[in-house]
Every structure is written in structure tokens, then in C-alpha cells.
Design a protein around this ligand. Sequence first.
Ligand code: GLN
Length: 477
Amino acid sequence: MELNQLTAHELLAKLKSGSITPGAIRDSLYARIRSVDSKINAYVRTDSVKKSDPKADPQGLLNGLPITVKDNICTEGLNTECCSKILQGFRPPYEATVISKLKIAGAEIFPLKANMDEFAFGSSTENSYFGPTHNPWNLECVPGGSSGGSAAAVASDEAIWALGSDTGGSIRQPASFCGVVGLKPTYGRVSRFGLIAFASSLDQIGPITKDVQDAAILTQIISGYDPNDSTSVSQSVPDYTKSLANGIKGLKIGIPKEYFVEGMDAEVKLIIEEAINKLKNLGASSKQVSLPHTEYAVPVYYIIATAEASSNLARFDGVQYGFRAKSDNLIQMYKQTRAEGFGAEAKRRIILGTFALSHGYFDAYYLRALKVRTLIKQDFDRAFNDFDCIVAPTSPSAAFKIGERTQDPLKMYLSDIYTISVNLAGIPAISIPCGFTKKGLPVGLQVMAKAFDEEMLFRVAHAFEQNTQWHKLKPKL
Ligand code: GLN
């Protein structure tokens, strides 16, 4: 196997023993990118800075291992444009806390950034200013989104591992579509400082990796309290790799009945049922559980998320960041910059969100959505009184064709039906590969746990992974 095909923990063992160098890993990644990225478009920039990162601490645990970063996470000195024209040329003068933590741990930030839907608005990576990313398992299909570049890079061995962000499913759904592991941590577990905000009460940064052990290592490094993010929580970070070996004997798994309804692809349903049987064979028990407010998750999310987005995006007006339209009149310059700088989906969300917050509609939409959000959270609180975790599909279907849903925003929004509640409730969830459709597209199994119980996710996911082969399969490119 080539170095770029290995997992982070396999490479770390080799780096530690001195049998390979970080430069050799970087070279194998560049060779792979040169040979396949013209087909995939996982990376959005080609300024191949090949020198090592001066800030990486070669003495750190990660020994110079490269990591790929989504284009909405601030990397000092490297363009961070959220795949939007409006941030064209933006180089942050500071970096995200997760990036500083990774550098202290010895990681090298890979100089090319991963493609994404503009400002993380989307489920397919088709909303990128740099063009869509293609699914490595079938180039005619989407990789999921919005962290589609990160997931496709990991799946095609153009990255060892990657960071994504998840506001309503943007780590888990692309991980599921690309056959890799993706985890959304508990809200507050990982600092959002330096993550360009989409919906501040929902956003979290998390890992996209080739296996569960890598996800545990990466989650551990990026977690923890940060004085720069007042929503990060000062709770100690456990050694997540320790929870991997615990097995799942005696665990109680809840299966949400509202998730297994019309609209779910029959093949996906079968694959998920088989995966649940596997977990039972490994010693867990399962029972149906009800999350009665599930049907409100998508509408509630699209009010709260767009409201917060409209407010977060108000700062992009051509003055401080990125792109500025030419005009000799200030007001005209604001308008023209926003008209030319934002893509169609960003405009749709700004308009929707501004409307939901506007005088006379705030109570009817935004305030009501917040109340229903609490009911959704309470559904989970109740379920976790009786169950250790909840298992469900990550997405109602496998990857769909590029272009298939772009004309129908509602259909696109429904792709997140199984991932959104987790963000609204603030709890953690992981997606792991659990099978393939007859057409050869990966399917993901989602495991959810109560707030700050990421250890439960690693236990269940690792037990499943170690007793299946899905994570070892590679797309033919
Ligand atoms: N697909 C969802 C949306 O478009 C979620 C995106 C995300 O998690 N960033 O809002």
C-alpha cells in the first residue's frame, strides 16, 4: 500500500519508528491529488506550497502528519474563503483554535483546502463557487455536503484525515455518502473560534477519517474549553482511544420509530436493519423508542439556521473581507458586492432568515422554532433515560446524482432529515460505513449518544467496525 492509503494511526506508528518522514507522506498525497483530483475536485486551490509548516511541532504526538481542512476553518496565511466569491482572497490574520491545537500536537496543515458548499449551505457540495465535488465511488454522484471535499478527499486517499463542520449533518452525511467515518461532537465540546459562522447555536467542527480509531484520536486533540469561545464547555476531555476496546455487551440501543418511515430507500432500510442485527450479535439489545417531535426538525432547523446565517453573513459587505464590487457610491458598493459575491443558495437563506427575524414575524417563526427545538431536545433526554445510545440511518438514501436535486431546494433539505435533530438537541453523533447498495454506493450507520458521551459513540462504532470489513473497501479510480 502507498502511504496516502494508510490511516493516521498506522502512519503515526511508522513516523515514530523513523521508518518514514512527513515529507514522504506529503509527496504521496500530492502524487495522488495530481492523478485523481481533476476527476473529484475535492480540493479548491492548487497553490502547492510544498514547504513544511513552520509552526508544526515535530516533537508533538502527530510527528508532522498532514491534515486536510475544510475551507471555512481559518488557517493563518492560507486562503479561507468558505468556497464563496465574497471571500475571494481572504487570508485570515489568525487561526482557528482547532488549528492551533493541531499544530501544538505536531500536525502539519495541508496547504490545499477542502471544497464545500458555499458557507456550508447544502447537502451535496454543488453550491461551491469552485464547482461541485464528485463522489469517488461514482463520479456522476454527489459526495454529500457541505463537507463533501473533506469526505471525498479522505475516501479517495487524497487526504489522510480531515476536519469538517456540521450544522445540520454536514460531517455525517458526506461521510455516509463517501464510505468514511464522520463525527459531530457535542455542542460546546470543540471550540468554534475561527470557524466562519453559519448558525452559531448549531455549528461544530469534527473529524472525517478512514476509521474509528483515527476519529477518536482527532476528536481528543481538538476538544476542550477555549476562552475565545464562550460556548465551549470546561469539562475534561477523556482519553477517547481508551473507550475503543470496551465492547458493547449489555448496551441498550434505541431504534427511533419515526426514522423508519416512508421516504427511506428500501435498500438502505435493509442495510441498516442488518447492521442493527450485527450490533445485537455483538451483545447489545435493541428496542424501539419514540422521538415524537422528529417531524418538526427540518422546518425548525430551516428557521433557526437561516435566521442565524442571515445575521452572521451581514458582515460581508465588501469593506473588511475578500471581494469588493467596483462602485463610486458606498451604498451601491455594499449592494453590488452582496449581489455579485453570494451564490443563489446563500441569497435564498439570507432572505428566508431575515424574514423569520423581521418585525411582526419574529414571534410566529423564530421564537416558536426555538420552543419546538426544546421539545426535540426533550425527546432525546427522555430516550437517554432508557437507552445508552440511539441507532439510525445517517441519510434516507445513498448518494444521489449530480444535478438531481438542485432545482428543488425542498427535496435537497430533506436529505438531512436524520441528521438535523442531533444538532438541534446539541448531542454528539457518528456515521460509520455499514454496507453498499447494489449500485456500489456506501451507506452510513448513525449512532447518537447523550451530550458529552462521545465515548459511547466510539465504543459502539469501533465494535461494529472491528467486526465488519466495510471501512477497508476503497473506490476504484
Ligand atoms: N445540509 C444542511 C444545510 O444545508 C446542513 C449543512 C451543514 O451542516 N453545514 O443547512
